[in-house]
Design a protein around this ligand. Structure first.
Ligand code: GAR
Length: 183
């Protein structure tokens, strides 16, 4: 069975959905990693028997130093893929040159790359919105797109919009993980 590590920073709804859908069925989630000691996802992972390693970025003086530690730890896990599920850190080439990773982003890339994508997508004049899974490269949210799903947002309030984003993410992310592992 192929092995993955999941990186997250907050709520962990994608983390939970990935574990629920894939763990010990089609992949082994060997570990979760968070940069945030208060991340709600830590408890969620625990519920499914997945341990979380906390690597607090505030304890490092530069992005490179943090990434060096992260890469070393991921290397020690011998995983086939790192899956970024709401991991809110910009990664340097120290990470992107060495770790095979995919990320979920709450917009139809290449639109709304980077921070605050959810609000920017919601407030845009576009009638559609969506989510993307992409390969992680040094350009933020700039890697090859693996999967996308879109929906009509024209009549939505922000709460409904957010729910639709999460529903789309939960639908496409597990499938994208399997697709990348098999290719
Ligand atoms: C998700 O919507 C994900 O697309 C987004 O953070 C949320 C995490 O939710 N990621 C980014 O914005 C990355 N730039 P979750 O913790 O409930 O999975």
């Amino acid at each position: 069975m192929k092995k993955i590590v999941i990186l997250f920073s907050g709520e962990g709804s994608n983390l939970e959905n990935l574990i629920k859908t894939l763990h010990k069925k089609s992949v082994e989630v060997v570990m979760a990693i968070t940069n945030n000691p208060d991340a709600k996802g830590i408890e969620k992972a625990k519920r499914y028997g997945v341990d979380t390693m906390i690597l607090n970025h505030k304890q490092y003086t530069s992005r490179e130093e943090f990434d060096t530690k992260l890469v070393k730890y991921i290397d020690s896990l011998n995983v086939d893929l790192a899956v970024l599920a709401g991991f809110m850190r910009i990664l340097t080439p120290v990470f992107t040159d060495q770790i095979k990773a995919i990320n979920i982003h709450p917009s139809l890339l290449p639109l709304f790359k980077g921070a605050d994508a959810l609000n920017r997508s919601f407030n845009s004049p576009m009638k559609v919105a969506g989510v993307s899974v992409h390969k992680v490269v040094s350009e933020v949210d700039g890697g090859e797109i693996v999967a996308q799903k879109c929906f009509d947002k024209s009549q939505m309030d922000f709460e409904t919009f957010k729910e639709s984003i999460h529903r789309c993410e939960h639908e496409i992310f597990p499938r994208a993980v399997i697709e990348v592992l098999n290719n």
